[in-house]
Design a protein around this ligand. Structure first.
Ligand code: BG6
Length: 545
């Protein structure tokens, strides 16, 4: 630690306008009042009678392994600044970077500064940055280097003494999974995983949690030998998105949708995560993993669980996770995977007016790779609510545009008392949860076309976050990092959910591995023909996005 004057006074706010602190202290009471006021001022639609206590993190250190990666630069470091800027981090909050670089604190602070400037959601404020940067430290070392971890333990002790962080540490493993065992073992060896009475230790694990059921179980054995389950936070960043959490509000805070949210009214559900980007510089990670392991096993199956589950008795982690588990357990694959799955990989094509190369021409990809960049799967849920209602999941890279949505498509009206011509172009009613971009919800339904005839066609009713709430939503990582620091687990999948998701995917991966290379689709289009054929066999089409 090479910082001068790094001591923090307990009363010093990390954000000079909004004081932060533990909700239980009197400094915190002031912080809470100030935060509430600041939030209310920022959002004129907030009800001024709303006196709920904002959730503020207590004193702690976040140790980040993998500070030089893309995730840290684009998401984690900016999210930490955004939390500080919103007054949600405590005065002594400290951030320790650990990596194999010959760096000093100052170098890591500079990296963080650049990341914040480029990617933070909230405006840059010098006074917030100044205070945050006083708590930024760097510990150089390799994961195999005992000495480096001993130095880390010493550094954390010193930070506790100078910055009042009370022995509360979060360890964020933003590193390739092959290093998890090493890091976790080092945390055990140095006693950093054991929380002395009155403090906490938590470990945050980035996906992928293994690459199949077996490896996920192995990973869990390693982690659970060191940390109790209540201290393990598995990140699925989709659960941190406002629009994803809003699925619960939509379903369970209203009486409008739930009565028709079942096989009596729903024809099918389409869950789409389309990206226009290719694999970028992530060949090392992506090749051999593929689109299904990358996002279906986690993000899309979590969306399916939220859409399909029964109402939890509360939003506490036990009941929420239990309901998600129940629905994941009820998921069934159709018997013939050649008819109910499709995969593809992008070939050369066009994106945003520019020519782009195909997957096998990307840097770092072998020409004989059989990794898919597109995957579509038809699933069923064997329970009373959903029997017979297919859930279609699709994802792909280098598709027409970036869009993630959940579309609940309803059955046609049982009888149409119109002439056939009048309803010729009428589609099926649909409720579309627009996860991103253009966050909101659309309801599609039939309406009379003005005129003398009784012609009916589809129109849309729209809810847009931008219009209704007038402030940008926090980034997923802001929410999830705060939850880790507070120790609030509902938005983190339990190991059982992870294992159930692999159980669903493993037979599909096994089937695909026995096939040849995936079908090619031109970059910038909507995926392979086999995905359209999958839908056509059921007399359906993918939604046009
Ligand atoms: C990650 C995947 O989990 O999600 C990436 O590993 C993908 O391949 C990313 O690009 C997309 O996240 P978002 O939030 O932009 O939809």
């Amino acid at each position: 630690m090479n910082k001068e004057n790094s001591e923090v006074k307990a009363s010093e706010p990390i954000n000079s306008e909004v004081k932060a602190g533990e909700p239980t202290t009197s400094a915190a009471a002031a912080a809470v009042a100030a935060t509430t006021e600041a939030v209310a001022a920022a959002n004129p639609l907030r009800d001024p009678r709303d006196k709920r206590i904002p959730r503020v993190a207590g004193p702690c250190v976040l140790v980040l392994f993998g500070v030089t990666g893309d995730l840290a630069r684009k998401k984690l470091l900016p999210a930490i600044y955004d939390l500080a800027n919103r007054g949600l981090l405590p005065p002594g909050f400290s951030l320790v970077g650990f990596a194999r670089r010959d760096w000093k604190d100052q170098d890591f602070a500079e990296l963080t500064h650049a990341a914040v400037k480029e990617h933070a959601r909230t405006p840059f404020r010098e006074e917030v940055w100044k205070q945050l940067s006083e708590g930024i430290f760097f510990c150089p070392g390799e994961f195999t280097d005992d000495g480096a971890f001993d130095a880390l333990a010493m550094m954390l002790k010193e930070i506790d003494e100078t910055r009042g962080t009370g022995g509360n540490y979060g360890f964020y493993l933003s590193v390739p999974p092959k290093f998890f065992p090493l890091v976790v073992q080092q945390l055990k060896r140095t006693n950093l995983a054991d929380a002395p009475p009155g403090s906490w230790r938590r470990v945050v694990i980035e996906k992928p949690f293994g690459h199949d059921l077996k490896s996920a179980q192995e990973l869990n054995t390693i982690t659970s030998a060191v940390f109790p389950e209540s201290s393990v936070f598995r990140i699925d960043h989709y659960l941190g998105k406002e629009t994803v959490q809003n699925i619960l509000a939509l379903r369970f805070a209203n009486n409008l949708f739930e009565p028709i949210w079942n096989r009596g009214y729903v024809d099918h559900v389409q869950i789409t995560m389309a990206e226009d980007i290719g694999i970028g510089g992530r060949a090392g990670y992506f090749d051999g993993i593929g689109a299904a392991r990358d996002v279906i096993q986690n993000h899309l199956l979590q969306l399916l669980a939220l859409v399909g589950m029964e109402d939890p008795t509360s939003f506490g982690s036990d009941s929420l996770r239990r309901e998600k588990e129940k629905v994941l357990k009820a998921v069934r694959l159709p018997s013939d995977l050649s008819l109910s799955t499709a995969r593809g990989r992008y070939g050369p094509g066009w994106q945003g007016g520019d020519p782009v190369v195909g997957y096998t021409q990307e840097e770092g990809i072998q020409p004989d790779s059989i990794t898919e960049t597109y995957a579509a799967i038809k699933l069923e849920i064997a329970n009373r609510r959903w029997a017979g209602v297919p859930f279609y999941l699709r994802t792909g890279k280098r598709l027409g545009r970036r869009v993630t949505e959940v579309a609940v498509v309803f059955q046609r009206a049982p009888h149409l008392p119109f002439s056939k011509d009048d309803t010729e172009i009428l589609g099926q009613n649909a409720l579309v949860i627009r996860v991103q971009p253009d966050e909101g919800i659309t309801v599609r339904f039939g309406s009379k076309v003005p005129g003398t005839a009784m012609e009916v066609r589809d129109v849309s009713m729209d809810f847009a976050y931008g219009e209704s709430f007038m402030e940008s939503s926090p980034e997923a990582y802001e929410r999830l990092l705060l939850d880790v620091l507070i120790g609030d687990p509902p938005l983190f999948p339990h190991q059982r959910e992870v294992e159930l998701s692999w159980q669903i995917l493993d037979p599909i991966e096994e089937f695909w591995a026995s096939q040849g290379p995936p079908e090619e689709y031109p970059a910038g289009t909507w995926g392979p023909k086999s995905a359209d054929e999958l839908m056509a066999r059921d007399g359906r089409v993918w939604r046009r996005l």
